[in-house]
Each structure stands twice: as structure tokens, then as C-alpha cells.
Design a protein around this ligand. Sequence first.
Ligand code: HPA
Length: 274
Amino acid sequence: MKQTMYDTIKETAQFIRGQIDELPKIAIILGTGLGDLVSHMEIIRELNYADIPHFPVSTVEGHSGRLIFGTLGDKYVMAMQGRFHYYEGYDMKQVTFPVRVMKELGVDTLFVSNAAGGMNKEFKVGDVMVISDHINLFPENPLRGRNDERMGPRFPAMTEAYYPRLISLADTIAAEEGIRLMHGVYVGTAGPTFETPAEYEYFRVIGGDAVGMSTVPEVIVANHAGMKVFGVSVITDLGGKDVKEVPTHEEVQKAALKAQPVMTHLIKEMLKRI
Ligand code: HPA
């Protein structure tokens, strides 16, 4: 009989179960330049993507590929250091495969981070933005194709794609600690080009606050699988018709590095309180 995606997911999860003593309920996907969170973790076990059956292997500069199990903010979590981007040539099933595996391992809450370009005129480089909602502009939805009901419904609601209680928790922590925490709509695009000035304008006009090349596929699949999601963007560059600076991968990484401590602290505090 032909192996279904569900069988493949189960095989990968089975392998991972064999490598760890405790199953995580919380997973974190770390975006570009945001891998430093791992240095705050008490690491119990690390698995290279290359050693995990059926796992894609990440290729892009600045993204190392490891699954890390350990504690952060007194919670046992699994972290993905390096994600799979659509622009790298992976298909949507590969991009979102790790999220399916997380679910199969018993994860019910997913934290996702990314670097993003800001269109909201209030934003500054280095700001941290809680994702309140997203606009999917990828050319393909990861749920396209036959739906396997064991993994989720055919037509999942996306009304609370970013779990409101986690957003309020982030706000509470930010207010207590005087952290400048923005809120906004993340526009997900395929990339790999950064936007033209007209495109940044367009994304702002349709309701976007920040734009990036990841996150939306994973969040769609996490919602399909019934997981609670918290998303956060680090604003690494600004775009629009009045912006003269040209974004580069190096600038994005530099800005992400600088804003990391705030993001890491926020996630750590949130973990302590959930
Ligand atoms: N556009 C798209 N993706 C990005 C950007 C941007 O300006 N900055 C970081 N990731």
C-alpha cells in the first residue's frame, strides 16, 4: 500500500520519540537571526535535521538546522533552529512537515518568530511585533490537495489563528516591564525578493504592518492541527515609498541579532506563565 503523508509523519515522530525521554507540549520555531534563544535553554537533546528520517535539510546562510529539546523559562520545550522556506524550493508539504511532526509528538502550543520588513509608519527597526493576524500571499496554501481528516478539517477556520490569550499574556508582560511591543498584521509572501517600494505600499494599504517570507504556512498547518499559536516578528528593515534604505540579508540579520534579547525575554516570561 502507498505510504500516506500521515504514515511518514508517524515514522518521523516515532524516531524522535526514541531519542527523547519526555514529550514536549510546546514548540518554538526560530526565525532568521533569532536562534539565540537556544543559548538560554538548558539543552537535553539535539538532533540534526540531516539525521531525522524524512526531515528536509535547511540550506540557507544563517539558518542552522537542528531540533533542540530542553527547558526554557522552566518549561520543557522543543525548538526548531532553522526553518524551511518556500523560496528555497521546498514545497508546502515540506515547509510545514515539522509542524505535523510536532503535533504527532503531542505539541499543543506553537511559538513562531521571524524577521520582517515594517510598513507601518509607527514602526522602527528593532521593534518587536506581536502578530495579531496574517494575510496569506503565498502562491499556494499548504492544505491544498486531498484532506486527511486525521490531521484536521477540510475547511479550518482562521478567525483566531493567533491565540488571543497568548497575545494578552505578551501584552501583560510588556506593560509590566515597559517593553515597547507593537501589534500587527503579518503579510506572508514567497520571496526571495524583498519588496519594491510600491509593493510595501500595497501591503500597507491592504492592511499589513510587516512583511516576511515565512510563518504563514506553518501557522496555517498549526491551526489545521488544532494548535494554539503565538507569533512574533522582529522588524529588521522598513519599506515604503518614502524609505531610502535598501534591505539586505546582512542588515536583516544584524537588526534581528540586536532585537533578539527582547524577543527572547518575552518568550521566556510567557513560558513561565503558561
Ligand atoms: N521583506 C520580506 N521579508 C523580509 C523583510 C522584508 O522587508 N525583512 C525581513 N524579511
